[in-house]
Design a protein around this ligand. Structure first.
Ligand SMILES: *Cc1c(COP(=O)(O)O)cnc(C)c1O
Length: 471
């Protein structure tokens, strides 16, 4: 399998180079040259456990790694790091919830970032060299990325988060990690500012080469790939429990990474009839799938901070397919978007942008109501991101014979303020991992919202680390 850029100006590369490249060198996103069709494998795959399934799916996209190596990498990833299974499906009232938060940082991002950490280590061990990972986080990516690579030889990680705009727990999950290869930066700006700085530095090819910059943001193809797996696993679980031949999946969305993995799963032949895309008040994606117009607006702070995003970095991958894999049209659209903050695609007959997606937003009061309701009726606590998905799934209910599975993207203990507010009770949502970090010392550098300041800081830290041997 070869990988190409959505903007068409990068020579095809194999999987490992695609992973190291992160963002494509021409500013585009890396996509596989083709999407494998697996419809005839569904029966066989339905009997596999999570690591076996992950191996079978991932190997279809990886042609530059021996099967045995990939197998041990996958087994190592989806073992004890996940407490209580990788992606178990719970039934709550009539609702199915796929719990994706059993990893070390209690958010679904662990599923991909534990894999990516192991993958980076494998690639560097084989090729030699170092990697400087630069990430931007609206909350959960940062800690999941840090836990993916903490203490690993040859890797340094710099994570930018918007100062004061992630929850105190999210901040502590990042800044309490004491390993010398972990560097936290609080940027005086929004998440989109952090993401823009990351993209600008990744586009500074000289800097990128000098420090071997790599990306862990959801632009990294390996993340999307790892996330495809749980859609399959969830479908098989749902099939066993309900006998359904196809399902709908509700996905709370920010950067369009998680839901894009579901879209790939559908293209591969998994019988998911529809993706129910759920946003909070930051609804650029909801507006797009309702009107065909993709245009940025102001970023609102909500109870689901990991979805407080107005430019979804993975959207370009979807758009590429939407324009018939024509890199030239895509480039024109993205250039226009860069200038005006808006782009438009044609709706098909009946004004539907894409029949695979239905979309709606859930406002904060609806989110609180949803959390309260599920707690009261079923004694089950939804985190505020998951509750966005559940709320929208209820609004856009489909046919009765087609069950919906809601992706639960975080453990509620990460967002106690929202849970307290929704339920009127204190201390409902707890987790030992969260209690532990509340007492630990923290480490973080606050810097202005300025690309040059961040560049300078990375340079300074890395030059000192490299001079000292870099372990
Ligand atoms: C990151 C995150 C999301 C959004 O995921 P995307 O892949 O960016 O759409 C939703 N919920 C939680 C808890 C998250 O951490």
């Amino acid at each position: 399998m070869n990988y190409i850029s959505t903007r068409g100006q990068v020579e095809p590369v194999k999987f490992q180079d695609a992973v190291l490249m992160g963002l494509a060198d021409d500013g585009g996103l890396i996509v596989p040259e083709s999407i494998p069709d697996i419809a005839d494998k569904l029966d066989e795959w339905s009997k596999l456990d999570y690591p076996q399934l992950a191996f079978e799916i991932i190997r279809l996209f990886v042609s530059d790694m021996p099967d045995d190596d990939l197998k041990s990498l996958v087994d190592k990833t989806y073992g004890p790091a996940f407490d209580g299974g990788v992606a178990p499906v719970a039934e709550v009232g009539g609702l199915f919830v796929q719990e994706l938060w059993h990893g070390p940082t209690l958010a679904f991002k662990d599923v991909a970032l534990q894999f990516l950490g192991n993958l980076f280590e494998y690639i560097l061990a084989n090729r030699g060299g170092r990697l400087t990972i630069l990430g931007a986080t609206s909350g959960d990516t940062g800690s999941a990325a840090i836990y993916g690579v903490r203490g690993r030889a040859g890797i340094d990680i710099f994570v930018m988060h918007p100062a004061g705009r992630v929850s105190p727990i999210q901040e502590r999950q990042m800044t309490t990690v004491a390993d010398a290869n972990v560097h936290n930066i609080a940027v005086e700006g929004t998440f989109d500012d952090c993401q823009n700085i990351m993209k600008a530095l990744a586009g500074d090819l000289e800097f990128k080469r000098q420090y071997s910059l790599g990306a862990v943001n959801s632009v990294n193809w390996a993340r999307v790939l790892a996330q495809i797996v749980y859609y399959f696993h969830g479908f098989f679980e749902m099939q066993k429990r309900t006998g359904a031949e196809s399902i709908r999946v509700a996905v709370p969305t920010g950067n369009f990474g998680d839901v894009l993995a579901g879209w790939y799963a559908i293209q591969m032949g998994l019988p998911i009839s529809q993706l129910v895309l759920a946003t909070n008040e930051n609804d650029i994606l909801t507006r797009f799938f309702s009107t065909g117009e993709y245009s940025t607006a102001e970023v609102y702070e909500t109870l689901s901070p990991s979805m407080d995003i107005q430019v979804a970095s993975n959207f370009e991958r979807y758009l590429y397919y939407k324009v018939g894999c024509d890199a030239e049209i895509l480039r024109r659209l993205m250039d226009g978007f860069g200038e005006t903050g808006s782009l438009r695609v044609d709706c098909g007959n009946g004004g539907v942008v894409d029949p695979v997606f239905v979309a709606a937003l859930a406002r904060q009061e609806e989110v609180l109501e949803t959390i309260g309701k599920y707690h009261e009726r079923y004694d089950y606590v939804l985190d505020p991101h998951t509750a966005v998905g559940v709320c929208v799934a209820e609004k856009l209910a489909g046919p009765a014979d087609e069950p919906v599975m809601c992706l639960a993207t975080a453990h509620p203990a990460k967002f106690p303020a929202a849970i307290d507010k929704a339920t009127g009770k204190k201390g409902l949502a707890t987790h030992p991992a969260i209690e532990a970090i509340m007492e630990m010392p923290t480490r973080c550098q606050t810097l202005p919202n300025d690309k040059q300041a961040i560049r300078q800081f990375i340079k300074q830290v890395m030059d000192a680390r490299l001079a000292g041997g870099g372990q």
